[in-house]
Design a protein around this ligand. Structure first.
Ligand code: FES
Length: 76
């Protein structure tokens, strides 16, 4: 789905940007141009960004839990 028509930015492109480390609207604006023309995409872009970040949090938590578990095994 195209989120920003003015700059031809899709939700997939936003997800890819978040996977690469972007985590704010200002970063999306600077790197993808989202919201830099008419601005009508900002609300939708924020929703996609929030959804991506929410989905990343459980994965990051699982990674930390796995690291702690590994360290506890090595210490035993
Ligand atoms: S639709 Fe994104 S700036 Fe116009």
């Amino acid at each position: 789905m195209i989120v920003c028509i003015c700059n031809n930015v899709s939700d997939r492109k936003i997800r890819q940007a978040v996977d690469e480390g972007m985590s704010s609207m200002s970063e999306l604006r600077e790197n993808l141009g989202i919201g830099t023309c008419c601005g009508k995409c900002r609300s939708c872009a924020k929703s996609v960004l929030r959804e991506c970040l929410d989905n990343q949090a459980p994965a990051a938590l699982r990674h930390v839990q796995a690291m702690v578990f590994q360290q506890s095994i090595q210490a035993a």
